[in-house]
Design a binder for this molecule. Structure first.
Ligand SMILES: CC(C)(COP(=O)(O)OP(=O)(O)OC[C@H]1O[C@@H](n2cnc3c(N)ncnc32)[C@H](O)[C@@H]1OP(=O)(O)O)[C@@H](O)C(=O)NCCC(=O)NCCS
Length: 431
C-alpha cells in the first residue's frame, strides 16, 4: 500500500471509528480460533478496537481443547443432540481445558512488547461470576448432568466495568447452589449481547450467506434462507442465534469469515466487509408505498415544499409515481419518504423527494431509506443513482455521492433541468 492509499484508507475508516466509540461489542472466540495461526493477529486487532474506545466483551468456547484433554485422559465423551454430556467425574478435566483457553487469551491481551502492535497496550481484562447457569436437565431420558444453559446475566455489573476494562467470559455459569455448568459459547454470547443490548454480536465462522448484491440480511431473510437452503447444523444454530439476538434488541450480528487475516477490522471498518451482517435496522417500518399513503406523504412534504427544500408535487403526480416511493411508518404515521425513479435506458435511477419528519431526524432514517433504494437499484441492474438538490448536497456527499454535471443526466432530465433553481447534480456509482 502506498502512503496516499494508506491515508485514503485511514480517512475512510474515520466515520466507523466515531460511530463505534463507547458502543458495546460482544465477540465470540471458539477454541479452534484460539489455537489457529491467525489468533495472534486477531488479538492485536481486538486490542486496537479496545484502544479505539469500543467496549468489548469476549466470550470464548473450548470445545477442541476439552476434546484434547479428555483424549489425553482417555475419557470418551457422550453426546446427545450434538451437546456433550458433562459428567461429574470429567468436570475437573473439562474445567482445566476451559481455564487453559481463558489464560491463553488473558496472557495474549496482556502483551506489551516494544516493536509489536501491542506496544504500550496495557489492557485490563476482568473475568468474574457474571453468568448464572442452570442444568439442561434430562432430555429424552438422558441426564445432561453438568451441561447447562444460561439462567441470568449480571448485565449491570458488566456494564459498570466496560468503560475501563475488557470483560472475558469463559463458557461456564455458576448456579445458585454453587455448582459449575458447561455452557455453549454461542448461546452464552447471545444471552450476554441481549442482556447488554449490545451494538454488535460478532461470530467467526467458515460458513456464512454469500450474496454478490448485499452482505446485509434481515431476520426474515435469514429465516427464509434456513427454510430453502441446506446448511450445516452448526451454521443453522449460528443463524438462529443471530435471529434471536436481533429480535431481542441487539442492533447487528456479524458472522465474519474465520479464515481471513484481519477479517474483524475489514468487517468493522470497511464498506466491503468480510462476512455477513444480520439486522432489522434497515427494515423496521420501511416499506414500499401504496396509494393509501398519499395523504401521509403530502402531509410530510408540504411544509418542505413551502420552505423550498423540495419541489412541489401535486396529488395527481404522486398518484402516478407512488410505485416508486418507499415510506417509513411509525405508529400509523408516515414519518419519512423517498422516491427512486428508474430510467433503464440510461441505467440510472433518480432519487427524489427525500424527507424525514423533523421529530425523527438524525436517527438514521434518511440513511436507511437511501440504503434500501440503493439495494433495489443494484438488484435491478442499474449503474448509477442521481439526485438534484439545492440544500442537501453535503448529506449526499457523506453517503458516497459526487458532484456531477448536466451531461451526465438522462436526456429527458437534461431538457427539464430548471436553470433558475440551480440545483446541484449529485451522482453515485453503484459498482
Ligand atoms: C436530509 C434528510 C432527509 C436527512 O434525514 P435524517 O434521517 O435526519 O438523516 P440521517 O439521520 O441519516 O443523517 C443525519 C446526519 O445528516 C446531517 N444532515 C442533515 N441534513 C443535512 C444537510 N442538509 N447537509 C449536510 N448534513 C445534513 C445531520 O446533521 C446528521 O449528522 P450527524 O450524524 O453528524 O449528526 C432530512 O434532514 C430532511 O428531511 N431534510 C429536509 C428535506 C430535504 O432537504 N431533503 C433533501 C431533498 S434533495
Amino acid at each position: 500500500m502506498s502512503g496516499s492509499d494508506y491515508i485514503q484508507w485511514f480517512r475512510s475508516a474515520a466515520p466507523y471509528i466515531n460511530a463505534f466509540r463507547k458502543k458495546t461489542f460482544v465477540l465470540v472466540l471458539s477454541g479452534e480460533m484460539v489455537r489457529s495461526d491467525l489468533f495472534e493477529n486477531l488479538i492485536h486487532d481486538i486490542a486496537l478496537c479496545h484502544h479505539l474506545g469500543i467496549k468489548l466483551v469476549i466470550i470464548h468456547g473450548s470445545r477442541s481443547q476439552i476434546d484434547e484433554q479428555l483424549e489425553l485422559h482417555q475419557i470418551c465423551s457422550r453426546f446427545h443432540h450434538d451437546i456433550r454430556v458433562t459428567e461429574a467425574d470429567t468436570m475437573p478435566v473439562i474445567l482445566q481445558a476451559i481455564n487453559q483457553v481463558r489464560q491463553t487469551i488473558d496472557a495474549r491481551l496482556s502483551m506489551g512488547l516494544p516493536n509489536t502492535p501491542m506496544s504500550g497496550s496495557d489492557i485490563s481484562v476482568i473475568s468474574g461470576n457474571f453468568v448464572t447457569g442452570m442444568p439442561l436437565g434430562i432430555i429424552d431420558g438422558v441426564d445432561m448432568q453438568y451441561s447447562g444453559k444460561v439462567r441470568d446475566i449480571n448485565a449491570t455489573a458488566i456494564d459498570q466495568l466496560l468503560d475501563q476494562h475488557v470483560i472475558l467470559l469463559s463458557n461456564i455459569g455458576y448456579s445458585r447452589s454453587g455448582e459449575i455448568f458447561n455452557l455453549p459459547a454461542e448461546e452464552l454470547a447471545t444471552e450476554v449481547a441481549c442482556a447488554l443490548k449490545a451494538e454488535k454480536l460478532i461470530f467467526f465462522n467458515a460458513e456464512f450467506i454469500k450474496n454478490p448484491l448485499t452482505d446485509q440480511f434481515s431476520t426474515q431473510e435469514c429465516e427464509a434462507y434456513l427454510q430453502q437452503e441446506k446448511v450445516s447444523s452448526h451454521f443453522a444454530a449460528l443463524l438462529q442465534h443471530a435471529i434471536q439476538a436481533v429480535k431481542k434488541n441487539v442492533k447487528r450480528v456479524h458472522i465474519i469469515d474465520d479464515s481471513l487475516n484481519g477479517g474483524l477490522l475489514q468487517e468493522l471498518f470497511t464498506r466491503e466487509g468480510a462476512g455477513m451482517m444480520v439486522t432489522n435496522l434497515f427494515y423496521e417500518g420501511l416499506r414500499k408505498a401504496s396509494i393509501d399513503d398519499i395523504g401521509g406523504i403530502l402531509e410530510l412534504i408540504q411544509p418542505l415544499e413551502v420552505a423550498g427544500a423540495l419541489i412541489k408535487r401535486s396529488r395527481e403526480q404522486l398518484e402516478l409515481e407512488i410505485n416508486f416511493f418507499h415510506v417509513i411508518e411509525k405508529d400509523g404515521m408516515i414519518i419519512a419518504c423517498i422516491a427512486s425513479i428508474p430510467d433503464f435506458k440510461s441505467s440510472m435511477a433518480e432519487v427524489a423527494c427525500v424527507a424525514v419528519h423533523p421529530d425523527y431526524r438524525n436517527s438514521g432514517f434518511g440513511d436507511q431509506m437511501l440504503t434500501a433504494v440503493e439495494l433495489e437499484a443494484r438488484k435491478s441492474g442499474l449503474k448509477n443513482l442521481f439526485i438534484l438538490t439545492t440544500r442537501t448536497s453535503h448529506w449526499f456527499l457523506e453517503k458516497g455521492f459526487n458532484v456531477g454535471s448536466l451531461d451526465f443526466l438522462p436526456e429527458k432530465k437534461r431538457q427539464t433541468y430548471n436553470e433558475n433553481r440551480k440545483s446541484r447534480i449529485m451522482i453515485k456509482a453503484l459498482n
